[in-house]
Design a protein around this ligand. Structure first.
Ligand SMILES: Cc1cc2nc3c(=O)[nH]c(=O)nc-3n(C[C@H](O)[C@H](O)[C@H](O)COP(=O)(O)OP(=O)(O)OC[C@H]3O[C@@H](n4cnc5c(N)ncnc54)[C@H](O)[C@@H]3O)c2cc1C
Length: 435
């Protein structure tokens, strides 16, 4: 591959930043408040053009980050991001916003660690407060087999320079005092994998920040523009057909997560992905008492507390493939009973809301990124229940692939071809519930 590799005016590395519609600052806030001047729109609407250097399908964090890094790092700005609905309306606006790098395989740890690093400076990169709170992440172990997996993960993490360690029940109690760490529970807590750099972020702010910065650099974001077809001639992509007309392009990047196979099918590329709903729920806000993210793989549940005080609960995917985004009674009953096993003290908290999104599950719980048998048709999919944290690194790597025509080393283990060669990157032990 490489025939579509295209260097922008700036080539590799940072190019001069475009002008943001308005730089957000305390002074700006005071000035606009005093003068009653509203803030300008964060991104503009456009007529659909007839030709783009690259078309990105999906305006979630992956599509928007890819567009941003294409423009910012490579000077490629004649780019359209198309979404059938509103920006961030897929998983990127529905997730529970947990970020971490404590995966199981060296390939996974290296990859997600780069994303955490990019997230750490994202607020200043985008001039947008993304509220990344690195409050620590605990994965509980309730039996000997889980303790073994936690030790394994801790060792792989340390070898890759990622801060993780196995801690005992006393330390768990110190970090999360409301967890029941007594020996007499149905699922006693024997220890946990503690990962201090993990935490939560404001997911909408990340989506909006990337969209605003990409727009400022010249990228066009087209909401309510559904992709209906992808034209392939002599084995390479030539055009994308949409509800608003046809655009010609040599590069299409599929960033549609839960809808990944529906888009790849249009290009004639088969993906080993099944789509499952994933649900989450949030309680009424209470005074902050839970400072870390707590995950229990055995109980299929995780919980964190937002800065506003709400508890956010999640679980593993619904056990059947579906494109439904409706919440179910089974989910909320199960989550409530499992959370109460861990924290009986919150029995009186009321659940305010539950919702669902779509997850694109792969056989090895790792993403599928890079080239496909159709020249110019690239994929950044297979994000399952854990893809929000990978937005920045994926965008950076996919942009480099488009600009140079070469697959960056960091994402080469995630190639589609691994399902032919059998070189799977098995992450189930760290990705099935952990998010
Ligand atoms: C309840 C829940 C909790 C989660 N929690 C976490 C978490 O804590 N941490 C984490 O890292 N990840 C989490 N995830 C996973 C994460 O949300 C996703 O992996 C990630 O957001 C995928 O981002 P994306 O940009 O690839 O896709 P999405 O954000 O899903 O965007 C895909 C877009 O493609 C568009 N699209 C689809 N078909 C078409 C078409 N034909 N034409 C045009 N546009 C189309 C859709 O409208 C959508 O906007 C969670 C997911 C859910 C549902």
């Amino acid at each position: 591959m490489g025939t579509y590799g295209q260097r922008g005016a700036g080539g590799q590395g940072k190019v001069a930043r475009g002008r943001l519609p308005a730089k957000y600052s305390a002074l700006g806030l005071v000035r606009r408040g005093a003068a009653h001047t509203p803030w300008p729109r964060s991104w503009r609407a456009h007529e659909l053009g007839s030709r783009y250097d690259a078309v990105i399908v999906g305006a979630g964090v992956h599509g928007l980050a890819t567009a941003y890094y294409l423009a910012a790092n490579h000077g490629i700005t004649n780019v359209a991001v198309l979404d059938q609905s509103y920006l961030g309306g897929g998983g990127s606006g529905r997730n529970t916003a947990i970020l971490r790098a404590n995966y199981l395989t060296p390939e996974g740890v290296r990859f997600y660690d780069r994303s955490v690093t990019l997230y750490e400076s994202l607020a200043s990169t985008l001039n947008f407060n993304v509220m990344f709170s690195q409050r620590g992440h605990l994965t509980l172990a309730h039996n000997d087999a889980s303790m073994r997996t936690m030790r394994w993960r801790a060792e792989v993490n340390k070898l890759e320079g990622v801060d993780s360690e196995v801690i005992g029940p006393d330390e768990v109690r110190r970090l999360a005092p409301y967890l029941d760490v007594s020996a007499h529970t149905r699922y006693p807590i024997l220890g946990a994998l503690y990962h201090p750099p993990g935490g939560i972020i404001r997911h909408d702010a990340v989506n909006w920040g990337y969209a605003r910065a990409a727009d400022a650099l010249g990228v066009q974001i087209h909401q309510n523009t559904r992709v209906l077809g992808i034209d392939v001639e002599h084995g390479r992509v030539t055009a994308v057909r949409t509800t608003r007309g046809t655009v010609s392009t040599p590069v299409v990047i599929n960033c549609t997560a839960g809808w990944a196979t529906t888009i790849s099918d249009l290009a004639g590329v088969q993906l080993p992905i099944t789509t499952h709903p994933l649900q989450a729920a949030v309680t009424e806000p209470v005074k902050v008492f839970l400072r870390t993210v707590v995950v229990s793989g055995s109980l299929h549940v995780y919980v964190s507390q937002t800065d506003r005080g709400e508890l956010v609960f999640g679980a593993s995917v619904d056990p059947y493939p579906s494109y439904s985004m409706r919440g179910s009674l089974e989910f909320i009953e199960e989550v409530a009973s499992h959370v109460l096993e861990l924290m009986p003290a919150i029995a009186k908290l009321r659940v305010l809301r539950q919702w669902a999104g779509l997850c694109d599950m792969t056989p090895d719980y790792s993403p599928i990124m890079g080239v496909t048998p159709v020249d110019g048709f690239l994929v950044d999919v297979g994000w399952g229940t854990y893809g929000f944290k990978a937005g920045p690194v994926s965008g950076e790597a996919m942009a480099e692939l488009v600009a140079t025509g070469k697959t960056p080393e960091l994402i080469s283990p995630f190639a589609l071809s691994r399902f032919d060669s059998g070189d799977l990157v098995g992450e189930k032990g760290a990705a099935a519930v952990g998010h």
